[in-house]
Design a protein around this ligand. Structure first.
Ligand code: ADP
Ligand code: MG
Length: 351
């Protein structure tokens, strides 16, 4: 009996997962041109570590599939076959393409995974000194852009590019897809609460110990460290995807003007007019695609576009004429958003 009494607390711990023993561990790995940050909670440190390693391996695998920076990636090899007839494509490339094409069509080409040659022309696919290309080169490059020039045979798992020199660039959607897969891995490893953040593409499930929400920062697109506010998201947002787009990380300045890495495939020029977008969608793949889509659409069309979509919420960040911040936030998201005191004067309205 005394033995059983001594054993009892341990047994209870095993059955109910002792709250006192819950630890949160953080893992940061540079990958896909950004950082993968994992916050994992649990009572078993070995399980947390092995789950984190499994996620890192999964994201590494996806990088080797999708990256256009890796010559031997499945996508880079597929792109080299442009203009050479039908080529077999990996099932995961096809499933990401399916979502991408959906939003290309819905946005009438504002989002387009064939924008790669333009991104390259503007110098964003290499670490080079950048300056705006000349208009003739932009016009010439535009002839190779447009997902309608891709034949995708989903039934037989193959792709044909109509024009040599076309390329598929999943830079605006692959990180979101990787976050969804990372989340699946954590779940399959029996983790109860975690948050995955891959360069601003986020998903979570469960809740941090003793709290009813995760705090997710909304950055100030005007500065590197600044904060506009926090989204406090709990279980009603679990398993969804959150993503932000802006021109505040990858851009160059030339003759006093700023040019960013998100290009409008309709004009061939970097997008201006919006500072940043944050999207909450049913999954991170969609959130990633939609953050870029809304960014390209510009403030008015982005609001209309989001209103039409079921289960999608957004924050659109603009700059007013006097230089102050104007935030437009979906009505249903407003109760979860808290302005940061450091944000300064902000005009906040809901739609
Ligand atoms: P980030 O990758 O910085 O998080 P995004 O998700 O918005 O930001 O994706 C931007 C990337 O998407 C660019 O670096 C480029 O590779 C690609 N891209 C640029 N313009 C477009 C566009 N109009 N449609 C689809 N992809 C684009
Ligand atoms: Mg995106």
């Amino acid at each position: 009996m005394p033995f059983l009494i001594r054993l009892l607390p341990l047994l209870i711990c095993l059955l109910v997962a002792c709250p006192g023993d819950i630890a949160r561990e953080q893992f940061v790995t540079p990958i896909m041109g950004t950082d993968l940050t994992l916050l994992i909670e649990g009572s078993d440190s070995a399980r947390i570590k092995s789950a984190a390693q499994a996620v890192q391996a999964e994201v590494e695998r996806l990088n080797n599939l999708f990256s256009t920076w890796i010559d031997t990636s499945a996508l880079a090899m597929l792109n080299r076959k442009a203009g050479e007839g039908w080529t077999e494509a990996a099932p995961e490339i096809l499933s990401v393409l399916r979502v991408a094409l959906e939003y290309s069509a819905a946005s009438h080409g504002a989002f387009d995974i064939t924008a790669g040659p333009l991104v390259r022309l503007w110098g964003f696919f290499a670490r080079v000194e950048r300056r705006p290309p000349n208009p003739e080169d932009i016009a010439r490059t535009l002839t190779r852009i447009g997902s309608e020039k891709l034949d995708i045979d989903f039934a037989n798992g193959r792709i044909r590019f109509d024009i040599p020199g076309m390329e598929i660039d999943l830079g605006a959607i692959a990180k979101g897809y990787a976050v969804d897969r990372a989340r699946d891995v954590l779940r399959s490893k029996g983790i109860g609460a975690a948050l995955v953040n891959l360069g601003g593409n986020i998903s979570f499930f469960g809740l941090p110990k003793g709290r009813d929400s995760w705090s997710i920062a909304v950055r100030d697109p005007r500065s590197r460290e600044g904060l506009l506010g926090t989204l406090n998201l709990g279980n009603n947002f679990a398993y969804r995807g959150i993503a932000s787009s802006g021109q505040y990380e990858r851009f160059f300045e030339y003759e006093g003007r700023r040019y960013g890495h998100i290009i409008d495939p309709r004009s061939g020029y970097p997008v201006e007019g919006i500072l940043g977008t944050t999207i909450i969608a049913p999954d991170a793949t969609r959130a990633d695609a939609l953050s870029t889509t809304t960014f390209v659409l510009g403030p008015d069309h982005a609001v209309e576009f989001v209103r039409e979509l079921e289960d999608v919420l957004a924050i659109i960040v603009l700059v007013s004429d006097d230089g102050s911040i104007h935030m437009r936030i979906s009505h249903a998201l407003r109760p979860y958003f808290e302005l940061a005191p450091e944000a300064g004067e902000v005009l906040l309205d809901s739609f």
